[in-house]
Design a protein around this ligand. Structure first.
Ligand SMILES: Cc1cc2nc3c(=O)[nH]c(=O)nc-3n(C[C@H](O)[C@H](O)[C@H](O)COP(=O)(O)OP(=O)(O)OC[C@H]3O[C@@H](n4cnc5c(N)ncnc54)[C@H](O)[C@@H]3O)c2cc1C
Length: 567
């Protein structure tokens, strides 16, 4: 049991570990040290502070009962000594001391029984000219956010370029464009937003929503230099030069583990600290967690970097318990995330289809579209969920979704995440018990429909067509190989039938049984309806008449439209 605990880093993990330990060991000494004076803030709130939803930065550093978490608060309220403006420059493991340097220049050693490294991460740097020009920002801590907001509120920013379309880049783009009406462009190296996190079609839905709100995207583009004399004036890519009076770099983070490495603590090839499930490093008296460690990915079973505030807080509690002599375990995670994109949300847990395949799974993904509430309830909207599963074992590998204002989506992702953690099967998603009342869900909720549709697909009953396949097929529609059968109500389908009489036919689903002779047998039949439900039924009906060369557009015309596909 530790008597004297020193914690380096006082934002998410460090503050949580300190408070948990002190609650369990009121008699022990805890010192948290941070080189910054701003500590224990909600870093995840930064984009909302920049956007103006959170008006003052102190709100991010305050408790729910409006006390600012500073040195005084930690001492009086928590019994924890907080040393801010103090950098730990060295760990001496044999003498069990850390060397500190205050901003005043004063230096000294502090001894510990147990040490916690909560040093977080630092922004990934791009090796190109211009990154140190003025008005080029990272967005990795509260100081960056304060500086960005100051520029904006002084009216100094008209055109901003965000480099990187991960979740922080998207949140920052929205903060600038929505509240401050800054002309905002996002540049991304990969061919989609949120690369690696969601499928291409879900990423397109998010991108189109942001475009409708005035944000410009340049994908598959490489930033080569930031231009300007003292202040940044432009961003040069391999395709264009964009004028900019502010640039925000959000190209990822790397673990901040210099102290650990210099002290001989085991780190992985990417510099992440290696910990066991008690969050102990290779030195049993030193614990670590949060953005500087690798944890177990519960889908792959491999070490993974999942730098999220939700992880850091839970790991901090595990460390606090263990420092007090307990035996708490952090088993790992599936990387559950959610991002607010204007009035909608993008969320997921586990592996996306691309990552699942890259990890060697024989992975399939099925997307469904359905109302978020009972179809008869007046307020409702179509939301999209995609399930990633292993073909052979039918194990659920991931879930991602788009739509809803918040809890509609994240509630469903959160319901499936524990199933993924426990290696549940597709059938478990179909049978998942979901609380139901018409203003909140459907009796057969979209989550259940997702599980059932994936089951039907794996059983060979359902043959879907993905968005990209549809686009290819539509491009080559004049070669006569495909025939588009529209199963919606006649009024919806007629304009298409009139526009494309050779290839598009309207047969409402309730007329199909009588009119199946009108369906050509020498072409591939692309079945469409609004959300994919009637077209799936039609697929089964046609199969019963020996018409097997059919595919049903998974999320229907609604999904194609939300992806911005024009046809
Ligand atoms: C803009 C933004 C939005 C985010 N949104 C979300 C979200 O919506 N959901 C989510 O789950 N996560 C989100 N995150 C991620 C989340 O904020 C981090 O995962 C979390 O803060 C990590 O906590 P940590 O304690 O490991 O490290 P950090 O929060 O990085 O804290 C590390 C601290 O250590 C200090 N330090 C480092 N070295 C030393 C040293 N040698 N001496 C003294 N002090 C030192 C640093 O000054 C820093 O204060 C977001 C992050 C950002 C930047």
């Amino acid at each position: 049991m530790a008597e004297n605990v020193v914690i380096v880093g006082a934002v998410a993990l460090g503050a949580k570990a300190a408070c948990r330990f002190k609650r369990l060991r009121q008699d022990a000494n805890v010192t948290i040290i941070d080189k910054d004076e701003l500590i224990s803030y909600g870093g995840c709130g930064i984009p909302f502070y920049v956007a103006g939803d959170v008006s003052d930065e102190t709100e991010l550093r305050s408790t729910s009962f409006h006390m600012v978490r500073d040195e005084k608060f930690f001492l009086n309220d928590k019994g924890v000594i907080a040393m801010t403006g103090t950098e730990v420059t060295k760990i001496d493991r044999s003498n069990k001391t850390v060397h500190i340097k205050k901003k005043s220049g004063e230096e000294s050693d502090i001894s510990y029984d147990k040490l916690v490294l909560a040093t977080g991460s630092v922004p990934r740097k791009l090796d190109m000219p211009g990154t140190s020009l003025k008005n080029v920002f990272n967005v990795s801590n509260l100081r960056d956010a304060i500086a960005i907001k100051k520029k904006i509120t002084r009216g100094e920013v008209e055109k901003a370029v965000i480099i990187g379309a991960g979740f922080i880049g998207l949140e920052m783009a929205q903060a600038l464009a929505d509240m401050w009406e800054i002309e905002t462009t996002v540049i991304e190296y990969f061919d989609q937003v949120m690369p690696g996190f969601v499928s291409r079609s879900i990423s397109l839905m998010a991108q189109r929503c942001m475009e409708r709100n005035g944000i410009t995207f340049h994908l598959e583009e490489i930033v080569q230099a930031l231009e300007g004399d003292e202040y940044v004036t432009a961003v040069k890519t391999n395709k264009r030069t964009l004028p900019a009076d502010m640039v925000i770099m959000s190209v990822g983070i790397v673990p901040n583990t210099i102290l650990a490495k210099e002290a001989g603590i085991e780190t992985g090839p990417g510099g992440h600290i290696i910990v066991n499930d008690r969050m102990q490093t290779s030195d049993p008296d030193i614990y670590s967690g949060g953005d500087c460690v690798l944890i177990k990915n519960l889908v792959t079973g491999k070490p993974a970097y999942i730098p999220l505030g939700s992880m850091a807080n839970r790991q901090g509690r595990v460390i606090g318990t263990n420092l007090a002599g307990g035996d708490a375990r952090f088993k790992g995670g599936v990387g559950s995330f959610v991002v607010k994109i204007f009035e909608k949300s993008l969320a997921g847990a586990g592996l996306s289809i691309d990552i699942a395949r890259r990890e060697g799974f024989d992975a399939v993904s099925i997307q469904v579209a359905q109302f978020d509430r009972a179809h008869f309830y007046p307020e409702k909207e179509i939301i999209y969920l995609e399930l990633v599963a292993d073909r052979k074992t039918r194990t659920v590998l991931g879930i991602q979704g788009w739509g809803g204002e918040g809890s509609e989506m994240v509630g469903r992702i959160n319901a499936v995440a524990p199933l993924i953690m426990n290696k549940a099967k597709v059938e478990d998603v179909g049978n998942l018990e979901i609380a139901y009342s018409p203003p909140f869900a459907s009796a057969m909720d979209i989550v259940n429909a997702l599980g059932n549709t994936t089951e039907n697909f794996l059983d060979g009953m359902y043959k879907p067509m993905e968005m990209e396949e549809f686009v290819e097929c539509w491009k080559s529609r004049d070669n006569g190989d495909c025939f588009f059968l529209d199963c919606r109500a006649r009024a919806d389908a007629i304009p298409f039938e009139e526009k494309f009489p050779e290839i598009w036919k309207s047969i409402p689903h309730d007329e199909l049984e009588k009119r199946f002779n009108e369906v050509p047998r020498d072409k591939k039949i692309i079945l469409l309806c609004n959300t994919g439900i009637r077209s799936y039924e039609a697929q089964i009906n046609l199969a019963a008449h020996g018409i097997d060369d059919t595919v049903s557009v998974g999320s229907g015309i609604s999904g194609l439209k939300d992806c911005g596909i024009e046809f």
